[in-house]
Design a protein around this ligand. Structure first.
Ligand code: MG
Ligand code: MG
Length: 249
């Protein structure tokens, strides 16, 4: 069942999203060679708590951390670790969720670590571009899959593999609510988009194959061919002129 949120509830979700956006902004200067993903996680959790929020991920189905940190061929759900140091030329997807007064926010950015190769730079820009293209389709009256189709078309026209095993989702008083929002599929399917829908859109684009698998830690998703992957996510609300981003400062 899809929950339609009142303007008042959407403002509560926005608060949580803003806290996540501030958290990622604070992490940005720490994205440098030599840092461990554990340090990023500690910083994020301390900041969220100081601001009166809670981590949405820690403890979620047993996930052990506040951030998902996914480096290079890791797609999503990488676990922060004291042993994992950033290196120049890496890319790292940082996904963060917070809860403020019972409402959830979810937002992810893929960052470069120092100077990176041009193909990685393009992967990052195009994954952000695919997300933005999807957001423009989050208009009242469109179909849900218009978002999916637009993201897939944007990505595949540029030669990327679109991950199909993980999808975007509704969000509000739970981290993952209905509907699922795939990053692929034909247009004009699924429910019509209505005022009050709040969605986390999150394309995952690969430089190579779209196929992925899960590592033995039961969390980390990795590309089958070992090529890099990028992930961007915004929490948005459906509106007349296209999606309104709640997780942007
Ligand atoms: Mg997320
Ligand atoms: Mg999400």
């Amino acid at each position: 069942m899809i929950t339609y949120r009142s303007p008042r509830e959407i403002e509560r979700i926005r608060e949580s999203c803003q806290l996540v956006a501030e958290t990622l902004q604070r992490l940005q200067p720490m994205i440098e060679p030599g840092r461990t993903t554990h340090e990023l996680d500690r910083t994020a959790e301390a900041f969220i708590r100081k601001q009166g929020g809670l981590s949405a991920f820690k403890g979620y189905r047993g996930f052990p951390a506040t951030l998902c940190t996914s480096i290079n061929s890791e797609v999503v759900h990488g676990i922060p670790s004291k042993k994992r140091k950033l290196k120049e030329g890496d890319i790292i997807g940082v996904d963060c969720g917070a809860i403020v007064d019972g409402y959830y926010g979810d937002h992810a950015i893929t960052f470069p670590v120092g100077p990176i190769d041009q193909d990685l730079q393009s992967l990052i820009e195009d994954t952000r571009g695919a997300l933005n293209a999807g957001i423009t389709q989050a208009r009242i009256g469109n179909y849900l899959s218009d978002i999916s189709h637009t993201i897939q078309t944007f990505a595949e026209q540029r030669g990327y593999g679109v991950v199909k095993d993980f999808v975007g989702h509704g969000i509000g008083t739970e981290l993952h609510e209905e509907p699922q929002v795939p990053n692929f599929g034909p247009p004009r399917r699924g429910p019509r988009l209505r005022e009050g829908m709040v969605l986390a859109l999150e394309p995952m684009l690969n430089l190579g194959t779209c196929d992925v698998h899960i590592l033995k830690d039961n969390w980390t998703v990795i590309t089958d061919d070992g090529k890099p992957s990028a992930h961007f996510e915004h929490t948005i609300t459906v509106a007349e002129g296209g999606g309104i981003i709640l997780s942007q400062l």
